[in-house]
Each structure stands twice: as C-alpha cells, then as structure tokens.
Design a protein around this ligand. Sequence first.
Ligand code: TMP
Ligand code: ASP
Length: 237
Amino acid sequence: MAEKKELLYEGKAKRVFATGDPDLVIQDFKDDATAFNGLKKGQIADKGVVNNTISSALFTLLESKGIRTHFISRLSEREMLIKKLTILPVELVVRNVAAGSLCKRYGIKEGLVLDQPIIECYFKNDALGDPLMNDDHVVMFNLATREQLAEIKSQAVKINIILKSYFLERGLKLIDFKLEFGVHKGEVLLGDEISPDTCRFWDSVTNEKMDKDRFRLDLGSVEETYQEVLSRITGKA
Ligand code: TMP
Ligand code: ASP
C-alpha cells in the first residue's frame, strides 16, 4: 500500500499527495464542484467517490486498448495511485456533437451531430480563463512541442473511438470531453480524470443531460445523475 505523505497541490476538484516513491503520487477526489472558471461553487455529495471509480474504470479500459495513462490503481473510494506527471498546460477538448462553448462561440445549434470529431486546444490557465488556442499558439508559447501536440491529438482521436462505443453500450451518447496529458520519464501519458465532470453524456434514448451540466445549468437531480452514470458503468462489465 502506497504511503500518503505531504499535500503537493490542491486543485478545484482534487488534491495530489506525495508518496514514499518520488515517481508516484496519490490523487484524492473531492466533492467540490465549480463552473464558469470557479465563479459558481458548490458541492455534489459523493462526487469524489463516483469520479474516482469511473475514472479508474476508464483508465483501465483505455490501458487494455493500448493507450498509455498515468493510472496505477484505485487505492480507496476517493484515492487513485498514479504516475507523477509534468502536466502539459494544454487541455484538449474532443467534440462529437455541438454543445456548450462551441454553440455559444460559433452560434451553432446544440445537438448538431458533427461529421468528424472536432479537437480544440485550450491554454490551461485559470487566471486567463483557459482561452482557446490554435496549434501555433501551443507550440510558440512552449506549452508542448509540435511532435507532442501531434501525439496527444492522435491519442485523443483513438480515445474518442474507444469511449464512444463504450458509453453507447451503456445508454449514453458521448457528446464531448476534455483530456489532459503529461510527461513521465520522457513519455507522454494521459493524465487527470475522465468523469461526468470532464465529459458531456446525453441519455441515448431521451437526450437528457447526464453530466456536470446539471450543476452548471441548475437542472436538478445532480447527485442522482452522477450515481446513475456510475451504475451504468459498474453495472455492466
Ligand atoms: P465547453 O463546451 O464548456 O468548452 O466544455 C467542453 C468539454 O470540456 C465538456 O465535456 C466539459 C469539459 N470541460 C472541463 O472538463 N473543464 C473545463 O474547465 C471546461 C470549461 C470544460
Ligand atoms: N471546471 C471549470 C471551473 O471551474 C469549468 C467547468 O467545468 O465548467 O470552473
């Protein structure tokens, strides 16, 4: 069992702790929820347990399909043992269906099914509100090398194919999601989490929103929806 040592970093939804091994850290999932770059704050009961369990299942799935991730093991309800990464400060958003900021920014109707996935890069910088960037911004501002950017985009396309069919089998359309990558011993690995906080899911029959949009948009049944997504994932091997 990894020994939990000092707090290294506290984010909006997770804390990261050192372990006895300098190459490994523990991420501890909180119930805290924020939206609109921290402007809206709240709690979602047991979100930390749900997101740790879902992320652990999805990292295990992706590893089994050849995607290299930071995941080592789920240690407890809220804790995950991971490889320590130097996070690339670029967030990749993959979109299959128009929703959220895509609709707002470009005047696109929510629900438009995109012929091909759109991949967007955002600067991971809370003070600037995570602005949208193109590839040249990412490379010229040294957020990632041209080669790293090509690599993570190609990983994102593969991850989308795997996750889309996985969720559809569980009655959920994968509308869009956000990924973060980092470097561990010279290798680029998928990091962070994949959960209803970082993905949009719509029920495949009713199109009901089944993710953090219930909190962002005050749609109600927030806790119940997180539990429902968990049970659709853990209830089907
Ligand atoms: P957006 O439509 O607000 O740009 O969000 C796209 C996807 O990225 C959505 O699945 C939610 C996720 N996301 C995060 O994980 N963190 C964030 O800070 C934001 C803005 C979005
Ligand atoms: N996590 C981001 C924030 O706090 C945004 C979001 O998920 O909507 O503000």
